[in-house]
Design a protein around this ligand. Structure first.
Ligand code: C2E
Ligand code: MG
Ligand code: MG
Length: 594
């Protein structure tokens, strides 16, 4: 043997270190690379692929030899494969094949248990893989997830063929000794395929601890593991008679067979939540945790383990989104709506390409002399099937998926392009006010883009105003504040949108490069009633504080002449709302002005 071969990893400090690798790693990694190269488009060279797979091989080998076997490594490897775009059905299939055939042999592992451990590790890899794919777009996800399930079935088949004395090990989680995913899937399939009675029903509770990561991060993995063991014991004891499985991490599933309706499963979920809620002592730390549960209860006929678990998984997310420490019940309509929402956001890039978005504008009118000071750009989507969509039905989604960046970029460019030609008789042309989402403000490239846009369109900087919501302002990091400052230095105006709906205080604003407050419509709505003295006083002091900080104040949602008059009396600078004009095309608004 010559020089020991070495795997290259990047240490957290950013320096590159070489450490000797297990003999055979390189040979195996090369075989693996050969197997997967060409299965899908990979944005890397063969050498890079080999280096990546060598690192993953090292991790697999270490996990395989650890006692107890560390299945989390399997999940991680699955995740990394997806991240590295080895994300085709064929790529996963070949990975399973090559690991099964060669890994133990190439690494010289001849332990009699190794085959069994390898099968479990592979099951973990495919699980991690499937999870990572969940984040991908719907179409891509469906095809590949099916492939991942086939691969997992393959790994599980290998499990089943292993010797009987390893049966327990293969079907139980080494940390908590609860049934694992394999056994759960088996029991689920059995309950579905051969129901004991005529119109049998069954249910599952998909339980996930809330903020478990915080426990791990603040007390270390040992305490985290201890907590999982304690929770497993409690669930086992308090849900006697029902199969309690651990899927991995902090995810548990309770299978409730032979149910008569949702109430049966809700009772089990309540018992599980109560069991988790009791404080627990782990390594001298008293921990209080809560959990969220997704409940599905349905007829056995026409469902499958995959369907059931996917539904339970979505439902779990609803419970989490509602704040955790609770259960949620599956609702097919909501699930369909979620999917439709998801599909809608996935359609944004194509819609941009096809020019389905357009802008309406709404005037910001001076309360002193009635002049139009500016116009806010409001995006609309002329959807070929759903008709004209208002921003509320797609902006939130676009923010979640990150598609707000290209969409918001288009809005900004289009707004500047149109505004450049606005002219109203003698006075200065109105500025254009554009809403920015938090994701856009977090991008350092924003300043460059705005500068290029101004140069390109010829719009002067003081005729561009950027609206940032109060919550965005509060959640932006130091870096985004710097971005805002650079934008302000360009001469661009910065407004806080929907002021009063969050918890921003004016003292904080003093240090920010803000020029205008847009007070949320709900405060203005309070002025409707003749006896609304308190609302009026609050608004009046807000306005005088803002003026003391050199900020102008625009009131949103002004719907009546009465409101406009009171706002003027209070000292508000400008108003926006139906009273002054509904959102419309810039052409029509300008025509009216002339
Ligand atoms: P916003 O920025 O607070 O915009 C004002 C919203 O209030 C607009 O709704 C407008 O049509 C509505 N409105 C105006 N006057 C009145 C009134 O007198 N009474 C009532 N009840 N409502 C009034 P729209 O167009 O549906 O926009 C909703 C939100 O969507 C906007 O709230 C803004 O946060 C967001 N949005 C719109 N366009 C964009 C965009 O291009 N990018 C981003 N990130 N967000 C946008
Ligand atoms: Mg706005
Ligand atoms: Mg607003």
């Amino acid at each position: 043997m010559g020089e020991p071969s070495g795997a290259t990893t990047v240490a957290p400090t950013g320096t590159t270190v070489r450490h000797p690798s297990r003999p055979g790693t390189e040979i195996f990694a090369r075989a693996w690379a050969k197997a997967v190269s060409g299965t899908s488009y990979l944005p890397m060279t063969l050498a890079q692929l080999e280096a990546l797979l060598q690192r993953l091989t090292e991790q697999l080998a270490t996990a395989l030899l650890a006692e107890p076997i560390d299945l989390r490594v399997g999940h991680r490897v699955g995740t990394e494969l997806v991240a590295a775009h080895i994300a085709s059905a064929e790529g996963l299939g070949r990975t399973v094949e090559v690991v099964q055939l060669r890994l133990a042999r190439d690494l010289g592992l001849v332990d009699e248990e190794v085959e069994d451990r390898l099968a479990r590790l592979l099951a973990a890899v495919t699980t991690g893989y499937a999870r990572a794919l969940r984040d991908r777009t719907l179409d891509e996800q469906e095809t590949i997830r099916r492939a991942a399930m086939t691969a997992r079935a393959e790994a599980e088949r290998a499990l089943r063929s292993s010797e009987a004395r390893f049966r327990h090990q293969a079907t139980h989680d080494p940390l908590t000794d609860l049934p694992n995913r394999t056994l759960l899937t088996e029991r689920l399939s059995a309950a579905i395929d051969s129901p004991t009675r005529g119109a049998a029903r069954l249910g599952v509770c998909f339980l996930d601890l809330d903020r478990f990561k915080v426990v791990n991060d603040s007390h270390g993995h040992q305490v985290g593991d201890g907590l999982l063991v304690a929770m497993a014991d409690r669930l086992r004891r308090s849900l006697d008679g029902h199969l309690v499985a651990r899927l991995g991490g902090d995810e548990f599933v309770v299978l409730v067979e032979d149910t008569t309706g949702t109430d049966d499963v809700v009772a089990v979920a309540e018992a599980a939540l109560a069991a988790v809620r009791e404080p627990v002592l782990v390594d001298g730390h008293e921990l209080s945790v809560s959990a969220s549960i997704g409940i599905v209860e349905r007829e056995v006929a026409g469902t499958s383990p995959g369907d059931l678990m996917r539904a339970a998984d979505s439902t779990l997310h609803w419970a989490k989104a509602a704040g955790g420490a609770r259960w949620a019940l599956y609702d097919a309509d909501r699930d369909r709506r979620d999917l439709a929402r998801y599909a809608l956001s996935a359609a944004i890039p194509t819609a941009l390409e096809r020019g389905e978005f357009y802008l309406d504008f709404q005037p910001l009118t001076s309360l002193r002399d009635g002049r139009v000071l500016g116009m806010e750009a409001l995006v609309r989507w002329r959807h070929p099937e759903l008709g004209v969509l208002r921003p509320d039905s797609f902006i939130g989604l676009a923010e979640e998926t990150g598609l707000i960046v290209p969409l918001g970029g288009w809005v900004l460019a289009e707004a500047c392009r149109q505004a450049e030609s606005w002219a109203v008789g003698g006075g200065p042309a109105p500025f254009v006010s554009v809403n920015l989402a938090v994701r856009q403000v977090r991008r350092a490239a924003l300043v460059q883009e705005v500068r290029a846009l101004l140069r390109h369109t010829g719009l002067s900087p003081e005729r561009l105003q950027l609206e940032i919501t109060e919550s965005t302002m509060m959640s932006t990091a130091e870096e985004s504040v710097r971005t805002l400052r650079m934008l302000a230095d360009l001469g661009v105006r910065i407004a806080i949108d929907d002021f009063g709906t969050g918890y921003c205080n004016l003292a904080y604003l003093r240090d920010l490069p803000v020029t205008e407050l847009k007070v949320a419509g709900q405060f203005v709505a309070g002025l409707r009633a003749p006896e609304a003295r308190a609302d009026e006083r609050i608004l009046a002091s807000l306005v005088s504080l803002a003026h003391a900080l050199d900020l102008t104040v625009t009131a949103e949602g002004v719907e009546t002449a009465g409101q406009a008059e009171r706002l003027r009396a209070i000292g508000c600078d400008a108003g926006q709302g139906w009273h002054f004009g509904r959102p419309d095309s810039a052409e029509r608004i300008l025509a009216r002005l002339r």
